[in-house]
Design a binder for this molecule. Structure first.
Ligand code: GLU
Length: 263
């Protein structure tokens, strides 16, 4: 009996040690892999002016998120490090990360408590807030005007689509796949307002002079870089690189490049 118990305890110990090892291995996995491959695969938007928008001429996405990702890649991997970009939407970003298709998400993504149950975030790298975009002369001036029957357009899987139900419970929310679809729907009168982060809406308004932001910011949307849970070493590398580019002026340079003209 004692022998049997000992055997069970021994097997249990082996099992726990193996599990711990695996855990440690997975924690180091991406941080190690990227130094071997000398590349980081970033999930980015390609429909979001100022953050990640496809340049039709070059076939490459451009924006604040893209430039920050490139700067972080060089900080983490050195000059020969390569940033590779994969397109995503708010709806697809977490599944792509979970499936290992990308190493990290840098895509106007708000750090939320709900999301932290599934994934891990870096320190905040940008502060946004939810707002409204309407046609000039619209009767909607703030969330208080989103009354019974008013139709609002939002992007599926975004915090905006969730928050709008709380701040305007009587409005009717139409959820679309991406910002382009949302704005096309606004232009064609399928909704009276579009809701998203102010920084995203500014990008649209800067190109479409008949549309304006209204109602100020009614939420806080701190953006973080997302990685899979447990990738402690990788998050640390990202945070160190973020601090470095803030200190050496690269962050400010990139910020000014994208936001000075429209601020
Ligand atoms: N920040 C939002 C989020 O993480 C997405 C951007 C937006 O909808 O404007 O869901």
């Amino acid at each position: 009996m004692v022998r049997k118990m000992r055997k069970i305890l021994f097997l249990g110990l082996i099992f726990i040690l193996t599990a711990c090892n695996r855990e440690n291995f997975s924690k180091e996995d991406v941080a190690y892999r990227i130094t071997q491959s000398e590349k980081i695969v970033w999930g980015v938007r390609n429909d979001t002016r100022l953050f990640g928008l496809m340049n039709i001429k070059t076939g490459k996405a451009e924006g604040f998120d893209i430039d920050i990702a490139k700067a972080l890649t060089k900080e983490i991997l050195g000059k020969s490090g390569k940033a590779v970009f994969v397109e995503l939407t708010p709806k697809t970003r977490i599944p792509l990360l979970k499936n290992g298709n990308i190493d990290a998400i840098i895509a106007t993504m708000t750090i939320t408590f709900e999301r932290q149950k599934q994934i891990a975030f870096s320190d905040i790298y940008f502060d946004a807030g939810q707002s409204l975009l309407v046609k000039k002369n619209s009767k909607i001036h703030s969330v208080n005007d989103l009354k019974n029957g008013v139709k609002i357009l939002a992007v599926k899987g975004s915090t905006s689509a969730v928050n709008i139900f709380k701040v305007a419970p009587k409005a009717k929310v139409l959820e679309l796949e991406n910002y382009s679809e949302c704005f096309t729907a606004l232009k064609s009168g399928q909704g009276e307002a579009m809701t998203a982060d102010d920084a995203v809406l500014m990008g649209i308004a800067a190109q479409n002079f008949d549309y304006v932001l209204t109602g100020g910011k009614f939420t806080t949307e701190p953006y973080g870089i997302a990685v899979n849970k447990g990738e402690v070493a990788f998050v640390k590398k990202i945070n160190q690189a973020l601090q470095k580019i803030r200190k050496n002026g690269q962050y400010n340079h990139i910020y000014r490049k994208w936001f000075t003209k429209i601020a």
